[in-house]
Design a protein around this ligand. Sequence first.
Ligand SMILES: [Ca+2]
Ligand SMILES: [Ca+2]
Length: 702
Amino acid sequence: MSRERRASVAGGGPWTSASGAAVVGCCMLACGVWWALAVAASAQIRLHLPERAREDFEQGNSGWRFTDAAAWRLEKAGGSTVLHQFQRSRYKPPHRSPYNIALWKSHDVTDFVLTARVRSTTRDYPHRDVCLFFGYQDPAHFYYVHFGKRADDHANQIFIVNGKARTKISEKSTKGTPWNDDWHTVRVVRRVGDGTIEVYFDDMNHPVMVAHDQTFDHGLVGIGSFDDTAQWDDIVLQAAGASPAKSGRRRLPNIVYIMADDLGYAELGCYGQQKINTPNIDRLAAQGMRFTQHYTSAPVCAPARCSLMTGRHGGHAMVRDNFEVRPSVFGDAFGGQYPLPDDAVTIAELLKVRGYATGAFGKWGLGGVGTTGDPLKQGFDRFFGFNCQRHAHNLYPRYLVDNDRQRPLPGNTRGITGDTYGPQAIADEMLKFIRRHKDEPFFVYYPSVLPHLALQAPQDEVAQYEGQWPETPYKGRSYLPNPTPRATYAAMISFLDKQVGRLTALLNELGLADDTVIFFTSDNGTTMLKGQVDYEFFQSVGPLRGLKGSVYEGGIRIPLIVRWPGKIRPGSQTDLISAHYDAMATLCEIAGIPVPQETDGISYLPTLLGQDGRQRKHEFLFWDFAGYGGQLAVRMGRWKGVRRNLKRDADAPLELYDLESDISEQHNVVDEHPEIAEKIRRIMVQERVPPAEKRFRFGEYR
Ligand SMILES: [Ca+2]
Ligand SMILES: [Ca+2]
């Protein structure tokens, strides 16, 4: 049975309106009429069961760390809470001791009352105090209220700090009020209407402190401390969501990001494919927008996935080539790939913080089970599929990874055929996840393993193509032998297309089609193994030069289709020059999340919405790929610069192509445009930061 790491407790537990009202009824005096409103609205709020993961938190220049002890304490206190995952700072924590923090994640919390009994058992302020947190992950809208003993005059100090400026916006000393070692009840009341933040202490019925900020209108609340000498208990959150009537805000759109594996630019009907049937994907394009100049960030699986998930181009990426690790925690050879480090900030983490249920289904490739790169540690509530890319080289595997466990597939022997087609099981789980989370915003990342080799497809899928074309059986062992490579390859793409059809049918059935943005793309161009995939026969990359593994257009230019009914004009098309590493900025903008500064991407949401005048454009796109000899590329307007074989020759020459007149990159015009060439050469150094992993290094860095 699958383990859902995150379970809604709406309608039960101490956090829902009925019991919550009883526990914090004491604040009615202070809160008056508003409180009644909050109770009425609070049923909208969903809170979540604890996650046991050790999580980190970043805010501005601080680094704050969860500890398991803190998690346990909250859990034991009866709290239905999620240990909230924020970005961990790249900076060193300013405090020697860890900072225990837990945040509730709820959807668009606006007005709230947070009460807790707290105490600090040390007198060593400022590093020993209790904080209540509230705000949003945007540092400008994040506050914490400190309660602590001041070392100089032993006054109890309370202050509200603006997280970004790290300045106190309100401060109060409460001399004479006992603090240390004693339990105190603290209550923070937040009203969006007049921008008020009030802090109450013990049973005072007037606030000890009031601050104002009208710009903070929704987000998260939580509690924490600088170290584990602070304790808390009886934590109750009573919160109001942003009601449509009040704010005009509607449900956050669901996001489904589908990524094929090794699907070339011209292997879909809507991108000119003549032989392979892809009616469902073509329909997405007819109902949405088709990009003609969209690029992956790298021409093979792992680095493409890394840049997609973290919003950075190859020159800033943590993963710059495939890099296998073995063994796995299960004792076999499928240990996954070079793991994303803990402090990588992923799209999933950002969306999760925003309140999305997050699931990944398919090929992960960014770190084995239990490593820092495990999808469950990188923002996903749920994972099902092939964690390890090598494991995905057979589509009838003995097992698939179900969160952090093996799910056996009886009847499969990792042979040429078997009882359960892996991609079928993966699609089934993906659809189940959507059904299960239909009432909350969800982010589904569906990096399908199709049509990556080996050539394997269910027989009834192959049947539609059998006999249509002359075949040369593939008898080699590079992957698996196959008697009808052309029919099987076409069947694999059509099988993926069918899953897209099942997905759109389910969204229709659930009434979610209009609330869901669907992306469809590929991770890199068609494979170069011609005996298995006849890319010439299928014209897999059209007129483009190069295939998988190459930074020529055929390796990196890939389809992108986006459908969002009512928002994106049906049948539209754009030639916006854009890349996978723009996905983070785009998804953040769709979800109303501030775009992280670290990203190299630009949101293409304006283009999707037909607001071309608002669309910011890249001065250039950049590729830094350590595989296949070491390659660099720049796309700058009409120009494309390429350097290859840099591992062998650090001075490998720059090639320059004019894609407007030479889309097939046949005529090197580097000598005719020395100033363009020079600019591209400079970009190829400026944009490169040395990677932590030595095996990803080649050529010259900034
Ligand atoms: Ca791939
Ligand atoms: Ca992370």
